[in-house]
Design a protein around this ligand. Structure first.
Ligand code: GSH
Length: 239
Protein backbone atom coordinates (compact mmCIF):
# COMPACT_ATOMS: atom_id res chain seq x y z
CA UNK A 1 0.00 0.00 0.00
CA UNK A 2 1.08 3.57 -0.66
CA UNK A 3 2.22 6.12 1.94
CA UNK A 4 1.69 9.88 1.74
CA UNK A 5 2.39 10.85 5.34
CA UNK A 6 1.35 9.21 8.54
CA UNK A 7 -2.30 8.12 8.68
CA UNK A 8 -4.01 6.90 11.83
CA UNK A 9 -7.68 5.90 11.97
CA UNK A 10 -9.52 5.92 15.30
CA UNK A 11 -12.49 3.60 14.96
CA UNK A 12 -14.85 1.05 16.41
CA UNK A 13 -15.24 -2.28 14.61
CA UNK A 14 -19.06 -2.30 14.28
CA UNK A 15 -19.44 1.28 13.10
CA UNK A 16 -20.50 1.62 9.45
CA UNK A 17 -19.14 5.19 9.53
CA UNK A 18 -15.70 3.81 10.32
CA UNK A 19 -16.11 1.12 7.66
CA UNK A 20 -16.62 3.82 5.03
CA UNK A 21 -13.28 5.34 5.84
CA UNK A 22 -11.52 1.97 5.90
CA UNK A 23 -13.01 1.25 2.48
CA UNK A 24 -11.81 4.56 1.03
CA UNK A 25 -8.29 4.02 2.42
CA UNK A 26 -8.17 0.49 0.99
CA UNK A 27 -9.58 1.56 -2.38
CA UNK A 28 -6.90 4.24 -2.60
CA UNK A 29 -4.26 1.72 -1.54
CA UNK A 30 -3.15 3.86 1.43
CA UNK A 31 -1.26 2.47 4.42
CA UNK A 32 -2.68 3.44 7.82
CA UNK A 33 -2.60 2.50 11.46
CA UNK A 34 -5.95 1.43 12.87
CA UNK A 35 -6.70 2.12 16.55
CA UNK A 36 -9.82 0.53 18.07
CA UNK A 37 -11.54 2.95 20.49
CA UNK A 38 -13.51 1.85 23.54
CA UNK A 39 -16.53 4.16 23.22
CA UNK A 40 -17.41 3.52 26.86
CA UNK A 41 -13.98 4.77 27.92
CA UNK A 42 -12.78 7.22 25.28
CA UNK A 43 -9.04 7.76 24.98
CA UNK A 44 -7.39 11.14 25.51
CA UNK A 45 -6.17 11.16 21.92
CA UNK A 46 -9.72 10.53 20.68
CA UNK A 47 -11.32 13.24 22.88
CA UNK A 48 -8.61 15.73 21.97
CA UNK A 49 -9.04 14.90 18.26
CA UNK A 50 -12.84 15.17 18.11
CA UNK A 51 -13.87 17.32 21.09
CA UNK A 52 -17.03 18.56 19.34
CA UNK A 53 -18.82 15.29 18.49
CA UNK A 54 -16.68 12.73 20.35
CA UNK A 55 -17.58 10.18 17.67
CA UNK A 56 -15.59 7.77 15.52
CA UNK A 57 -14.25 7.79 12.87
CA UNK A 58 -11.40 10.24 13.27
CA UNK A 59 -8.60 10.24 10.72
CA UNK A 60 -5.31 11.74 11.87
CA UNK A 61 -3.06 12.76 8.99
CA UNK A 62 0.45 13.87 9.98
CA UNK A 63 -0.87 14.72 13.45
CA UNK A 64 -3.89 16.71 12.19
CA UNK A 65 -7.37 15.29 12.97
CA UNK A 66 -10.21 15.19 10.44
CA UNK A 67 -13.67 14.35 11.82
CA UNK A 68 -17.06 13.26 10.40
CA UNK A 69 -16.98 10.38 7.95
CA UNK A 70 -18.28 12.26 4.89
CA UNK A 71 -15.73 15.02 5.42
CA UNK A 72 -13.02 12.40 5.90
CA UNK A 73 -13.94 10.61 2.64
CA UNK A 74 -13.76 13.84 0.68
CA UNK A 75 -10.50 14.79 2.42
CA UNK A 76 -8.93 11.45 1.45
CA UNK A 77 -10.04 11.96 -2.15
CA UNK A 78 -8.52 15.45 -2.29
CA UNK A 79 -5.37 14.94 -0.20
CA UNK A 80 -4.46 11.78 -2.15
CA UNK A 81 -5.80 12.87 -5.52
CA UNK A 82 -2.97 11.26 -7.46
CA UNK A 83 -3.17 7.96 -5.58
CA UNK A 84 -5.61 5.23 -6.63
CA UNK A 85 -9.09 5.84 -8.04
CA UNK A 86 -11.10 9.03 -7.33
CA UNK A 87 -14.27 8.74 -5.27
CA UNK A 88 -15.76 11.89 -6.77
CA UNK A 89 -15.96 12.67 -10.49
CA UNK A 90 -13.79 15.43 -11.97
CA UNK A 91 -16.70 17.24 -13.62
CA UNK A 92 -18.23 19.85 -11.22
CA UNK A 93 -21.81 19.01 -12.18
CA UNK A 94 -21.29 15.28 -11.73
CA UNK A 95 -19.56 15.98 -8.40
CA UNK A 96 -22.60 17.96 -7.29
CA UNK A 97 -24.91 15.09 -8.31
CA UNK A 98 -22.76 12.57 -6.40
CA UNK A 99 -22.81 14.81 -3.29
CA UNK A 100 -26.57 15.23 -3.62
CA UNK A 101 -27.13 11.46 -3.58
CA UNK A 102 -24.57 10.96 -0.81
CA UNK A 103 -26.57 13.41 1.34
CA UNK A 104 -29.77 11.59 0.39
CA UNK A 105 -28.36 8.22 1.43
CA UNK A 106 -27.14 9.72 4.69
CA UNK A 107 -30.28 11.67 5.67
CA UNK A 108 -33.18 9.75 4.12
CA UNK A 109 -32.00 6.14 4.07
CA UNK A 110 -29.38 5.54 6.74
CA UNK A 111 -30.66 7.98 9.39
CA UNK A 112 -34.15 6.40 9.62
CA UNK A 113 -32.66 2.90 9.36
CA UNK A 114 -30.35 3.73 12.27
CA UNK A 115 -33.36 4.92 14.26
CA UNK A 116 -35.05 1.56 13.69
CA UNK A 117 -32.28 0.00 15.85
CA UNK A 118 -32.67 2.56 18.59
CA UNK A 119 -36.39 2.79 19.35
CA UNK A 120 -38.22 1.02 22.10
CA UNK A 121 -41.36 -0.39 20.48
CA UNK A 122 -42.18 -2.44 17.35
CA UNK A 123 -44.63 0.29 16.26
CA UNK A 124 -41.90 2.94 16.32
CA UNK A 125 -39.56 0.56 14.50
CA UNK A 126 -42.18 -0.06 11.79
CA UNK A 127 -42.55 3.70 11.25
CA UNK A 128 -38.78 4.20 10.76
CA UNK A 129 -38.63 1.16 8.48
CA UNK A 130 -41.44 2.65 6.36
CA UNK A 131 -39.32 5.75 5.77
CA UNK A 132 -36.26 3.61 5.05
CA UNK A 133 -38.10 1.50 2.46
CA UNK A 134 -39.49 4.63 0.75
CA UNK A 135 -35.93 5.98 0.48
CA UNK A 136 -34.75 2.70 -1.12
CA UNK A 137 -37.39 3.19 -3.84
CA UNK A 138 -36.26 6.73 -4.60
CA UNK A 139 -32.61 5.72 -4.51
CA UNK A 140 -33.26 2.94 -7.04
CA UNK A 141 -34.54 5.63 -9.43
CA UNK A 142 -31.49 7.80 -8.72
CA UNK A 143 -29.16 4.89 -9.40
CA UNK A 144 -30.95 4.18 -12.70
CA UNK A 145 -30.33 7.77 -13.84
CA UNK A 146 -26.78 8.17 -12.52
CA UNK A 147 -25.25 4.85 -13.47
CA UNK A 148 -26.66 4.92 -17.04
CA UNK A 149 -26.36 1.13 -17.23
CA UNK A 150 -22.88 1.07 -15.69
CA UNK A 151 -22.14 -1.11 -12.65
CA UNK A 152 -21.88 1.54 -9.91
CA UNK A 153 -23.45 4.83 -8.84
CA UNK A 154 -20.05 6.27 -9.72
CA UNK A 155 -20.22 4.71 -13.23
CA UNK A 156 -17.55 2.15 -14.12
CA UNK A 157 -15.84 2.23 -10.74
CA UNK A 158 -16.92 2.62 -7.15
CA UNK A 159 -17.60 6.23 -6.06
CA UNK A 160 -18.70 8.13 -2.96
CA UNK A 161 -22.32 6.90 -2.94
CA UNK A 162 -21.21 3.30 -3.55
CA UNK A 163 -18.86 3.53 -0.56
CA UNK A 164 -21.71 4.73 1.68
CA UNK A 165 -23.96 1.89 0.53
CA UNK A 166 -21.26 -0.77 0.50
CA UNK A 167 -20.18 0.17 4.02
CA UNK A 168 -23.52 -1.02 5.40
CA UNK A 169 -23.51 -4.31 3.49
CA UNK A 170 -22.64 -6.44 6.55
CA UNK A 171 -25.28 -4.60 8.58
CA UNK A 172 -27.79 -5.22 5.76
CA UNK A 173 -27.06 -8.94 5.83
CA UNK A 174 -27.12 -8.98 9.62
CA UNK A 175 -30.48 -7.20 9.72
CA UNK A 176 -31.77 -9.72 7.20
CA UNK A 177 -30.76 -12.56 9.53
CA UNK A 178 -32.36 -10.83 12.49
CA UNK A 179 -35.68 -9.71 11.02
CA UNK A 180 -36.01 -11.46 7.66
CA UNK A 181 -36.40 -8.06 6.01
CA UNK A 182 -34.37 -7.68 2.81
CA UNK A 183 -33.43 -4.01 2.49
CA UNK A 184 -32.25 -4.17 -1.13
CA UNK A 185 -34.69 -6.69 -2.52
CA UNK A 186 -33.75 -7.97 -6.01
CA UNK A 187 -37.36 -7.66 -7.23
CA UNK A 188 -38.16 -4.22 -5.84
CA UNK A 189 -34.72 -2.64 -6.19
CA UNK A 190 -32.83 -4.76 -8.76
CA UNK A 191 -30.12 -2.20 -9.49
CA UNK A 192 -29.29 -1.61 -5.83
CA UNK A 193 -29.34 -5.36 -5.14
CA UNK A 194 -26.91 -5.93 -8.05
CA UNK A 195 -24.70 -3.06 -6.88
CA UNK A 196 -24.44 -4.60 -3.40
CA UNK A 197 -23.52 -7.97 -4.97
CA UNK A 198 -20.81 -6.35 -7.07
CA UNK A 199 -19.53 -4.44 -4.06
CA UNK A 200 -19.10 -7.69 -2.12
CA UNK A 201 -16.78 -8.99 -4.84
CA UNK A 202 -14.30 -6.12 -4.49
CA UNK A 203 -10.97 -6.85 -2.75
CA UNK A 204 -11.46 -3.79 -0.53
CA UNK A 205 -14.81 -5.17 0.65
CA UNK A 206 -13.32 -8.58 1.43
CA UNK A 207 -10.55 -6.95 3.45
CA UNK A 208 -12.69 -4.51 5.38
CA UNK A 209 -16.27 -5.68 5.91
CA UNK A 210 -17.30 -6.90 9.36
CA UNK A 211 -18.17 -10.50 10.11
CA UNK A 212 -21.97 -10.73 9.82
CA UNK A 213 -22.47 -13.14 12.75
CA UNK A 214 -20.54 -10.84 15.08
CA UNK A 215 -22.70 -7.92 13.96
CA UNK A 216 -25.86 -9.94 14.57
CA UNK A 217 -24.76 -10.54 18.18
CA UNK A 218 -23.89 -6.87 18.54
CA UNK A 219 -27.24 -5.78 17.04
CA UNK A 220 -29.12 -8.07 19.44
CA UNK A 221 -27.44 -6.25 22.31
CA UNK A 222 -28.36 -2.83 20.89
CA UNK A 223 -31.98 -3.88 20.33
CA UNK A 224 -32.22 -5.35 23.84
CA UNK A 225 -30.83 -2.15 25.36
CA UNK A 226 -33.11 0.01 23.22
CA UNK A 227 -36.20 -1.92 24.25
CA UNK A 228 -35.11 -1.63 27.89
CA UNK A 229 -34.89 2.12 27.15
CA UNK A 230 -31.25 2.31 28.11
CA UNK A 231 -29.68 5.38 26.50
CA UNK A 232 -27.84 4.19 23.39
CA UNK A 233 -25.09 6.81 23.67
CA UNK A 234 -22.34 4.28 24.29
CA UNK A 235 -23.28 2.14 21.33
CA UNK A 236 -22.45 2.21 17.70
CA UNK A 237 -25.60 1.60 15.72
CA UNK A 238 -26.24 0.66 12.18
CA UNK A 239 -26.75 3.08 9.37
N1 GSH B 1 -21.98 11.80 11.65
C1 GSH B 1 -20.94 10.97 12.19
C2 GSH B 1 -21.56 9.78 12.90
C3 GSH B 1 -20.53 8.93 13.61
C4 GSH B 1 -21.12 8.12 14.75
O1 GSH B 1 -22.31 8.23 15.08
N2 GSH B 1 -20.29 7.30 15.37
C5 GSH B 1 -20.73 6.53 16.51
C6 GSH B 1 -20.35 5.07 16.28
S1 GSH B 1 -21.33 4.39 14.98
C7 GSH B 1 -19.95 7.01 17.74
O2 GSH B 1 -18.79 7.30 17.67
N3 GSH B 1 -20.61 7.08 18.89
C8 GSH B 1 -19.93 7.48 20.09
C9 GSH B 1 -20.86 7.82 21.17
O3 GSH B 1 -22.06 7.84 20.90
O4 GSH B 1 -20.41 8.09 22.28
C10 GSH B 1 -20.00 10.54 11.08
O5 GSH B 1 -20.46 10.45 9.93
O6 GSH B 1 -18.80 10.34 11.33
Amino acid sequence: MAGGGELKLLGMWASPYVTRVKLALHLKGLTYEYVEEDLGNKSELFLASNPVHKTVPVLIHNGKPICESLTILQYIDEAFAGTGPSLLPADPYERAVARFWAAYVEDKLLAPWRMAFRVKTDEERAEWMKQTVAAVDTLEGGLRECSKGKPFFGGDSIGLVDVLLGAVSSWVRGAEQLSGHVLFDAEKAPLLAALMERFGELDAAREVMQDVDSLVEYAKMILARASAAEPPSKLATSG
